[in-house]
Design a protein around this ligand. Structure first.
Ligand SMILES: Cc1cc2nc3c(=O)[nH]c(=O)nc-3n(C[C@H](O)[C@H](O)[C@H](O)COP(=O)(O)OP(=O)(O)OC[C@H]3O[C@@H](n4cnc5c(N)ncnc54)[C@H](O)[C@@H]3O)c2cc1C
Length: 306
């Protein structure tokens, strides 16, 4: 029987594990891929405090894992497919049929950007293809960039990118934006933003130094054209990893977990941290804050209920 089981080994889960194991709770972290989560797939991180020159995603992941396991956090590889509750004891089932029992659970399964699934997207991921302007915008000073999408995130991030870039093309499949009016007004008024209507991306091309161009097609005329750009920011939405919860905790309309201030979910003894929960900023700095809060809340819950 564990005191706490953390599902997901990104920054939120590893920080939760650091706090719970340091508080001497018997803690297990279950990760289906590699500890580090999305950070592991990030080339370079410049906005996480404590690393004045920046740090590679792989190095930051390694350090977080090492720090958490130093205090006794156990980590196992596996994919959680089911959770059930009997008399306040939670049972977790993995894909390989292994089962674990625990007093508390911290859900830290993150979310994944929806991919465009076009040629070049995988090849140039981290070398010009990005899903996060806050993370990568500063790498593109005075460059030509493209943003794919027409919703709030696309326009907001496009506006943010104009701080660095010379030109930001917003490529949208329709002839009007879905974003809120105020964002639209700002985009139309910004001389660095060029809207490309009725168009979809077809291919991202480049060379050893990264992305060089984006091939697009006008969906009304069928006309194909090429934009010479150095970065493509994709805002096709995110999928939170909450499918395996099957109604266990309350989710919002976009399937993110709704939490209280101490990261509690609608189910007592189950907490959520990081990108998987409904919140305004999804970054490493906020994920680790959530993880710390959830870890301490789990400790308090055990004191009061077991
Ligand atoms: C390309 C890219 C670049 C980024 N760059 C930056 C940056 O420079 N700075 C910054 O602050 N933020 C950056 N971010 C955002 C940052 O990576 C995330 O905000 C952060 O990783 C969220 O942490 P998390 O622990 O909540 O989730 P994640 O990092 O997504 O980790 C969740 C983990 O849960 C695991 N998991 C999911 N489902 C299950 C399951 N059923 N069973 C077991 N394990 C499961 C996943 O395998 C994953 O490892 C970037 C994101 C991307 C995609």
């Amino acid at each position: 029987m564990y005191d706490t089981i953390i599902i997901g080994g990104g920054p939120a889960g590893l920080t939760a594990g650091l706090y719970t194991s340091r508080a001497r709770l018997k803690s297990l972290l279950i990760e289906k891929g590699f500890p580090g989560g999305q950070v592991m797939t990030t080339e370079w991180v410049e906005n996480y405090p404590g690393f004045d020159e920046g740090v590679s995603g792989a190095e930051l992941s390694r350090k977080m894992e090492k720090q958490a396991t130093r205090f006794g956090l156990e980590i196992t590889q596996g994919s959680v497919i089911d959770i059930s509750i009997d008399d306040n004891i939670k049972k977790i089932t993995l894909e390989d049929n292994n089962e674990y029992e625990t007093k508390t659970i911290i859900l830290a399964t993150g979310s994944n950007p929806r991919l465009l699934k076009i040629e070049g997207e995988d090849t140039y991921r981290g070398r010009g293809v990005s899903y996060c302007a806050t993370c990568d915008g500063a790498f593109f000073k005075d460059e030509q960039l493209a943003v794919i999408g027409g919703g709030d995130s696309a326009v907001e991030e496009g506006l943010f990118l104009t701080r660095f870039a010379e030109t930001v093309y917003i490529i949208h499949r329709r002839d009007r934006l879905r974003a809120t009016k105020i964002l639209q007004e700002r985009a139309f008024a910004n001389p660095k933003i060029k809207l490309v209507w009725d168009s979809v991306p077809e291919k991202i091309a480049g060379d050893d130094s990264g992305v060089q161009s984006l091939h697009i097609k006008n969906v009304k005329t069928g006309e194909q054209s090429r934009l010479d750009i150095r970065g493509v920011f994709i805002y096709a939405g995110y999928n939170p990893n909450t499918g395996f919860l099957k109604g266990l905790v309350s989710l919002n309309e976009n399937n993110y977990i709704i939490t209280g201030e101490n990261m509690s979910t609608s189910t007592p003894g189950i907490f959520a941290a990081g990108d998987v929960r409904e919140k305004s900023l999804k970054q490493i700095a906020t994920a680790v804050g959530d993880g710390a809060t959830a870890g301490v809340a789990a400790e308090k819950y055990i004191e009061e209920n077991f």
